[in-house]
Design a protein around this ligand. Structure first.
Ligand code: PLP
Length: 492
């Protein structure tokens, strides 16, 4: 008998379409347009939490994942997790960290009873935190496709981090091909080299003669052709995938266990946020009983989330109001995982979630402030979930990169700088504040050069990445051409 069942955030009848972990693993959105959520959260007692203190990262990941993925035989799940969370995969740690730390937790400062820490999440193959979940997803996909004797062709659009994390997770995997669209000559030289230098025959880079939105529009057009999508077995790996969110829950537990001595203590987290995927995992960890005091959302100039957590109004932006910033992986017009938190905030009322997010399509916003004419008053309950927020600008990032070098002797990237700036504004006495490091500085060297007047150091093996031979196909903004290219490679 399975304990864990998943339902859509928009389901009116929760007993209607329940699914298991493996059933939703390869899916994106639920058929009604909602996101999958567990019907209830597994709760971790203090005793259980304390019993996890001696576990390795892989051991901890197994304990947490088995609560969510309980239709995968435990021996298989353990093997998948142990294959994923190794010091070889997460090898790019700073020289002064333990080489097998996977996610090193660094004490930065203790001043006036305020402690600031940094959780390193960007030590995987693409130097961004997305590897933490995506590497597991690659192994889970290969396992599940093998079990079903099926194949999957992943189609995606990227402006950088997501595409490379997906390609490095899926390279060489049986039953999987990746077709990744990116805007031709619009990514940084480092990011382009990372993606285009992969030699694996199951990876196809398609450079579109347009901008990122053109790439995304092509993916949407292909996905809307249901006959083609079915025949070509098209799938996605975007951040709404439940398995990605749940893999991220693990490092909140890990950081907590490293930062505390016993489970009566509390910690807070500040998370550089765009699509609300990373911090959504923190929310889930808290709902499972992890003693988290506050979850601080840090945005850049694209402050959709900061606006909600200040005012109770969730207002998506138009393309023309979406800024290109020096923390580009947080440049979003809407936060695609935010619906998961709203679902919990509204007490799991799928009908209301459905109404509010359909209203986004017509009016562009919903308002939970409780003011006359608003759509609800649940904003008053947000603090109970520990959420706070803040934002930063390019000038803040540059200043914070300088500050971190001077005060802590480390180079941080622009996204982590957004987090550190906001974290320092939200520290409280007696509660350690943990900032999540979401990328390494080498990935966003321009800002490092601007702030510090020198290049960011690169981890071993990345020194000459731009000189490696590159494989990619250039194509105009033409859905038909992309479709024919994919069919030619799949033979389906
Ligand atoms: C994707 C990404 C983010 C934003 O994460 P979300 O889960 O979308 O909130 C922040 N920083 C970096 C470096 C990223 O790649």
């Amino acid at each position: 008998m399975l304990r864990m069942q998943y339902v859509s955030t928009r389901a009116a009848d929760k007993n209607g379409a329940k699914r298991s972990f493996s059933q939703i693993l390869l899916e994106g959105l639920a058929p009604d347009g909602g996101l999958y959520m567990p019907q209830s959260y597994p709760v971790v007692s203090r005793e259980e939490l304390d019993s996890w203190r001696s576990l390795s990262y892989a051991g901890l990941a197994f304990e947490i994942l088995r609560k969510f993925a309980d239709d995968i035989p435990e021996d298989d799940l353990r093997k998948l997790v142990e294959k994923t969370y190794t010091p070889q995969v997460y090898r790019n740690v700073r020289a002064d960290e333990a080489p097998d730390a996977i996610t090193p937790l660094r004490w930065l400062e203790e001043k006036d009873g305020k402690k600031l820490l940094l959780l390193g999440l960007s030590n995987g193959p693409t130097l961004a935190f997305k590897d933490m979940a995506m590497q597991l997803l690659g192994n889970l996909f290969e396992y599940e496709l093998g079990r079903q004797n099926a194949e999957l062709n992943i189609l995606g659009a990227t402006s950088g981090d997501t595409g490379s994390a997906a390609e490095y997770a899926m390279r060489g995997k049986t039953g999987i091909r990746v077709f990744m669209l990116s805007p031709y000559r619009k990514m940084s030289a480092f990011q382009t080299a990372q993606m285009f230098s992969l030699p694996d025959p199951n990876i196809f880079n398609i450079a579109i003669e347009g901008v990122f939105d053109d790439c995304q529009d092509i993916v949407k057009a292909v996905s809307n052709d249901l006959e083609y999508k079915g025949r070509q077995k098209i799938g996605t790996v975007n951040s709404i995938n439940w398995a990605r969110v749940v893999a991220q829950v693990v490092y909140y537990f890990r950081a907590y266990l490293l930062a505390t001595e016993n489970s009566t203590q509390k910690v807070s987290f500040t998370v550089p946020s765009g699509n609300f995927g990373n911090i959504c995992a923190g929310h889930i960890a808290r709902m499972m009983g992890l003693p988290i005091d506050r979850l601080v959302v840090a945005t850049n100039e694209n402050d959709v989330l900061d606006e909600f957590f200040r005012t109770g109004v969730y207002r998506v932006r138009k393309s023309a109001e979406t800024w290109h910033t020096s923390s580009p992986s947080m440049d979003i017009s809407k936060a695609s995982n935010f619906e998961r938190f709203v679902y919990d905030l509204l007490g799991g009322d799928g009908e209301r979630v459905n109404r509010l997010f359909r209203q986004i399509e017509t009016k562009g916003f919903f308002d939970l402030s409780g003011k006359p004419g608003s759509d609800g008053d649940e904003f008053g309950k947000v603090a109970q979930y520990g959420f706070e927020s803040g934002k930063s600008t390019h000038a803040d990032r540059i200043e914070t990169i300088r500050f971190a070098e001077k005060e802590y002797g480390i180079t941080i990237d622009t996204h982590t700088a957004d987090g550190m700036k906001v974290a320092r504004e939200h520290q409280r006495q007696g509660v350690p504040m943990i900032v999540l490091e979401t990328a390494q500085a080498a990935k966003f060297n321009e800002a490092i050069f601007e702030a510090l007047g020198r290049n960011a150091e690169r981890p071993a093996g990345f020194e000459n990445i731009e000189e490696l031979p590159q494989r990619f196909t250039v194509m105009p903004v033409d859905v038909g051409k992309v479709k024919r290219f994919i069919a030619g490679k799949t033979g389906l």
